[in-house]
Design a protein around this ligand. Sequence first.
Ligand code: AMP
Ligand code: MG
Ligand code: MG
Length: 301
Amino acid sequence: MASGNTVLMRLVASAYSIAQKAGMIVRRVIAEGDLGIVEKTCATDLQTKADRLAQMSICSSLARKFPKLTIIGEEDLPSEEVDQELIEDSQWEEILKQPCPSQYSSIKEEDLVVWVDPLDGTKEYTEGLLDNVTVLIGIAYEGKAIAGVINQPYYNYEAGPDAVLGRTIWGVLGLGAFGFQLKEVPAGKHIITTTRSHSNKLVTDCVTAMNPDAVLRVGGAGNKIIQLIEGKASAYVFASPGCKKWDTCAPEVILHAVGGKLTDIHGNVLQYHKDVNHSARPKPDFFRAQLFLESHSCFSQ
Ligand code: AMP
Ligand code: MG
Ligand code: MG
């Protein structure tokens, strides 16, 4: 392990603070009451003012500090001067105290690609299912997802009006994942989590064919990986091309850092080069994510 003062660890430390700021923006837009909803490709593919402001905040904050990064954000926004109020300049000092895995110690800024989903679970956000929402910042090197940050702006939401909202989960391959308690699903239970708002016959047939004990339909790719690492589900299966690289990059790192696996149906790792097709897989393939803990072998590989 090298010292924490490497480009990668400085980027992760900044991404942590930047994701926190984005989470605050996501909460502020709800509090102000005007979501500014726009349909992108269809009625289940939405963009809100929070998606727009959070992306501006994340991408501009990262670009100011790390001008040679390749940053790819979900939302297609006009390039305009970003309000200084949206810029986050700080970094999470605790991360800088961690060592950098030696295989990443000499990475240069220009070697990294950052995949940004400023608000994952937008459909659920517009429906008030706020704990489904996450902010995702994934970091890739040589086409592989190697570090990631997930902010969950409404974590603790059910705890009542006085609860402190929000948490940030982060991870680096070879170092670990932090900011949550790793849990297993109850022994012998085979629980699949999948989409709640982008389903179709193939998606449901595929889940049914796996004969699970229960199906957990929740919004957001980030949120579904959280269901895996916190023991609410044993596998995430999505037989649809709808997920994009910004949906899977950060969640994949967190899952891999704790011993899970996110692959396409053939067991291949996903690619995160800057020129890659943004869809996770072209039709009609799909991906699956699973956490392997102790004797978990509920679904054959
Ligand atoms: P879901 O599990 O439905 O919350 O989807 C996870 C992520 O993939 C979200 O960012 C969705 O916006 C995206 N997604 C999944 N299916 C589609 C689709 N059919 N059209 C647009 N986005 C999709
Ligand atoms: Mg998303
Ligand atoms: Mg999004």
